[in-house]
Design a protein around this ligand. Sequence first.
Ligand code: FES
Length: 629
Amino acid sequence: MAVALTILTGPDDAGSRRTLSVAPGTTILKAAQAGGVDITATCGGRGRCTSCRVKFLAGPPPPTIMDEVQLGDDLVREGYRLACQCVLHEPVTVQVAPPLEERSFQILGAGPGVRQLGRVTLDSGIAKQVVKVMLPREEHHQTSDLEQLLEAVGLTTADVGPAVLQGLPQALRDDPAGVTVTTFVSGGVSDGRQRILAVERGDTAGMKFGLAIDVGTTSVVTTLIELESGEQLGSVSSLNPQAVFGGDLMSRIAFAQFHPGNLRKLHTRIVGLLNQHIEEICRQSGVLAKWIYKVVVVGNTCMHHLLRGIGPSYVGLAPYAPVMRHPLVLPARELFLKVAPEARVCLLPLVAGFVGADAVAVALATRIYESAEIRIAVDIGTNGEVLLGSRDRLWACSAPAGPALEGAQIRHGMRGALGAIDRVTVDDDLHVHTIGEADALGICGSGLIDLVAGLLDAGVIDWTGLIQVESRAALPPKLAERVIMRGEERQVIVLRPGEAGARAEIVLSQDDVRQVQLAKGAIASGVVMLQHVAGVPDARVAELMLAGGFGNYVSIASALRIGLIPPLPVERIRYVGNAAALGAQLCLVSETERRRAESVAARIEHVSLAAHPDFERIFVEAMNFPPPV
Ligand code: FES
């Protein structure tokens, strides 16, 4: 017989309340997902994070081992359990842990825009002209509205979508002064064939806008650009709402496979978010959505497929083949994007495996493909990418760091939001800085890397990552007091209640250090593998560019100390901002660049890490910490 699961989603009883009828033996997470209630499941329901925690309002069931490991004694005592581990046998009422306020997340926006790159030809392919159309007057005139329009714009033929045809008669007759016709020439090369994207009454010739969208595994950045000047008018960023169904790509692919309706869920979530972005960016800038005629989207292979509504199952299985790789140009109406219905949505080409259009965009933005010297671009993210090469050859691999560096799967981890510890220094004690100088709530990626780097230098953590509880007597007394053994677990107390405004203790556990090692191992081994395959020693690397949302907050000194990046002189390392978003902007304002994306994608040689015989050795080595310099 079914049991009742009541879920409160608000902070108190005033929030929304849903009661679901659930088959006994189902986990709370599965039941909630099936019932359309969002519970964040960053690790995909594997009991490896704390994102799915719910609070039992009365009589919590006995904790599972994963509850104890992930949540710790205090939260377990307060009635918290992991929704993915808790199996229902009797009616219960739980409260979903309120998610963090999205707006407070530190997501790197699109940056100063394409104009910083200088020599970009502005040829978006979008053109507007105001014409006066002679309407058919006599019954014996064997003509049509469309033919008269084509004659007025000087075309003999053109591709015209249904949305234009539907509005055509009215537009032509509404304003005797004329209409504005918007056309698109793909690739910037006119072969005499144009596409009419819109016919608007009156003169709207000055209104030509486009969107560049970077769909990341964890965050999404949308930028509005004036196509004539390339000027950036606004940018909106938020978390990818698909992360509720799995923080990393593999969890998300598993979710898509689990039920036929799940793929649709992932698809509609991202389209819904993009429409929210469009609404917000239009409201902020005063631009009407119908004046947006071109959209360029970049993302890794999985994000690309999910946006298109294509199942990513086989991308997640060896040999990790994408369903398609070629660039796509679609009408916005097909993706249900609320811009001009016939606006062109351009998806850049993919490379191979998980290396997608975002890597191509990074190559375009950093100009690595035309560099005389060898450079490396590291896009640090949940699913990072590494590019290495010059104008002679280019290699790329995917570096699946997972969400640990974004604070997930870390005992007291959090994203870069208000109250997150983002900087740590270690001397005879620990000192922290929090985002917004607010009371400390947890630790985010950049803080975590600083912390591990500082603890390595202080001798609290050894090169294998082990917290050295046994030799703490050699540490300065204040620091030594923070290095403890709790039960079987080695811990470093980062903050005690009351320190830096922390309400509860914030610790770094041995397992957290291991998670950092796995994440940094994934990125570092990606770099080492590409150097290995290309035969490029550190001395030949002219520059290492750190890109991506997280890559721009991490301290270079700490990243070097933990071995996240190769030991290059600091002057050869620089931040390049959100290069994937910048690459998307380039292709938005320039069809020459969009065409170039195809040749760059074709030139990139994909290195499949898992398939390489040396990878395991390199990865294991990359997990260790380098000796102090
Ligand atoms: S622990 Fe439940 S989703 Fe991660």
